[in-house]
Design a protein around this ligand. Structure first.
Ligand SMILES: [Zn+2]
Length: 103
């Protein structure tokens, strides 16, 4: 997915021209569409425009930014998840369990 990163260390999943932290020009980045669950909240709420309960999951992309995703499936901290975006909203789903995932 597209994003931006700055030399000051600021990383984001939105495409920007200037860093909101230091004000310098920042460069576009292509982040992987996967990450690891950092934390999650079992909200069980039905977001606008969706038809089933979702939980809010904080996902950290390797060497990239953190982002909040909705998940309709249960996740655990440290799970690897696939990230999808739809209409500017991010969703994640657990990857198929694999015996040997190293990161
Ligand atoms: Zn910066």
């Amino acid at each position: 997915m597209k994003g931006s990163s700055c030399r000051c260390g600021f990383k984001t999943i939105s495409v920007r021209k200037r860093c909101p932290r230091c004000g310098k020009l920042i460069r576009p980045e292509e982040w992987p569409d996967e990450g690891r669950v950092l934390s999650h909240s079992s909200l069980g709420v039905v977001p606008n425009g969706l038809d089933k309960p979702y939980d809010l999951v904080l996902v950290g992309i390797d060497k990239g930014p953190k982002l909040l995703c909705w998940s309709s499936l249960p996740v655990k901290v440290e799970d690897l998840v696939d990230i999808n975006s739809k209409n500017g909203v991010y969703f994640c789903s657990p990857k198929q369990p694999s015996s040997q995932i190293r990161g």
